[in-house]
Design a protein around this ligand. Structure first.
Ligand SMILES: NC(=O)c1ccc[n+]([C@@H]2O[C@H](COP(=O)([O-])OP(=O)(O)OC[C@H]3O[C@@H](n4cnc5c(N)ncnc54)[C@H](OP(=O)(O)O)[C@@H]3O)[C@@H](O)[C@H]2O)c1
Length: 345
């Protein structure tokens, strides 16, 4: 019944490990620094790199693997496949390359009786859960717009390679939206909007290519879907530069350089800008009916940590639908409430 946390000494890995331990679940820390792992006093496995981690998973067969090592587009499939047959897998991917790539393993996961969950975190779950609630028991809508409005406290320290790579990958993908059922290019930072939130505060969002798009499309079946994020730049000057920046960092050498430089950037600690993080969805049906809903959560990173721990705990109990899914698709929209969210519909 062991739950392995890969990258357990990293930012999210530490929080997820603490939550799982608080739930009384048997956690094993997996990382590449023996002394630092030993110092935690917890059970651990030393594995330096993706292939070594996959080999240990195949040898020791944990019930659930939580992958926090990042670079998901390149490495998640290797780790997830190592869980087959019967083992379950969770990651925190949120970009439009990694999320579909993991979902493409659906048939393999089904055949192996495993559940693979990608997109376990604030953005994907907080938006797909609202879409699922709004669409429950209704016909397929024609249009969906979702906004992921995270309120995140900044930890002091370096950005780190995993997070830096995720940010650079958003730039290289460029904007995307579903139009007539097809994934089509859109402008990065499109349709900037200021929202008045249910608690009276305000937040801005603009278009980004992110995993929320695929999750909202699958949860609704709608042919037209757009996704906006509070993390997207909304200033006109920065938005104007984004397409060019995206093309430049698409060059592999420049990408590696950009990731290295960004990873070294240090941030000062700062409190979350607003009391709550919000997932938001507006769903429109062919007859013109529109429904709007929200999911209120606390600090964005805390919610992400709670989501991953809740998903892992449920998978360990064998509650996941076999196949490759996003969190609400594997376990139902109520997993967002179990992780501390509240629907405002
Ligand atoms: N979806 C969401 O809402 C959400 C939220 C937060 C984070 N994330 C994503 O989650 C990932 C982790 O973020 P983080 O902030 O926790 O990053 P982090 O602090 O850099 O932690 C990553 C951990 O993985 C380990 N690692 C990285 N590459 C490895 C490799 N090839 N082999 C073995 N270990 C490796 C690192 O080990 P070392 O200590 O040895 O370097 C570190 O312990 C990122 O991709 C980030 O974008 C998603």
């Amino acid at each position: 019944m062991e739950i392995w946390v890969l990258g357990a000494l990293g930012r999210t890995g530490r929080g997820i490990t603490a939550e799982l331990t608080a739930k009384g679940l048997p956690v094993v820390l997996v990382g590449r620094h023996r002394e630092r792992l030993e110092a935690t006093g917890a059970k651990f496995v030393v594995a330096d790199g993706v292939e070594a981690m996959a080999a240990e998973i195949r040898r020791q067969r944990p019930a659930v693997v939580v992958n926090t090592i990042g670079e998901y587009a390149a490495t998640a499939a290797t780790i997830a496949r190592a869980c087959l047959p019967g083992g379950h897998y969770v990651d925190l991917a949120a970009d439009l390359v990694a999320v579909p790539r993991l979902l493409d393993l659906h048939e393999e996961a089904l055949a192996g009786g495993s559940t693979f969950v990608t997109g376990a975190g604030f953005g994907v779950l907080a938006t797909e859960a609202v879409v699922a609630k709004l669409c429950e028991g209704r016909e397929t809508p024609s249009r969906v717009r979702v906004d992921a409005l995270a309120s995140v406290a900044v930890e002091a320290g370096a950005v780190g390679v995993a997070l830096a790579a995720s940010i650079v990958d958003v730039l290289t993908t460029g904007g995307r939206r579903y139009e007539d059922g097809r994934l089509t290019p859109a402008r990065l930072g499109a349709e900037p909007q200021t929202h008045t939130l249910p608690d009276g505060e305000t937040a801005k969002s603009a278009g980004v290519p992110s995993g929320e798009l695929v999750a909202a499309q699958r949860a609704s079946g709608a042919p037209s879907v757009t996704v906006m994020s509070g993390l997207a730049p909304t200033s006109p000057a920065v938005r104007a530069l984004l397409p060019l920046l995206g093309r430049v960092v698409s060059i592999p050498l420049v990408r590696r350089f950009a990731v290295r430089q960004l990873a070294r950037v240090t941030t000062k600690a700062a409190p979350r800008p607003r009391a709550h993080s919000w997932g938001h969805a507006v769903v429109t049906w062919p007859d013109g009916t529109t429904r709007e809903g929200w999911l209120r959560a606390g600090e964005g990173m805390d919610f992400t940590t709670a989501v991953v721990a809740e998903v892992a705990a449920r998978l360990a109990r064998g509650e996941g639908k076999p196949g490759a899914h996003t969190p609400a698709s594997a376990l139902g929209a109520d997993v967002a409430e179990a992780a501390g969210g509240t629907f405002v519909l």
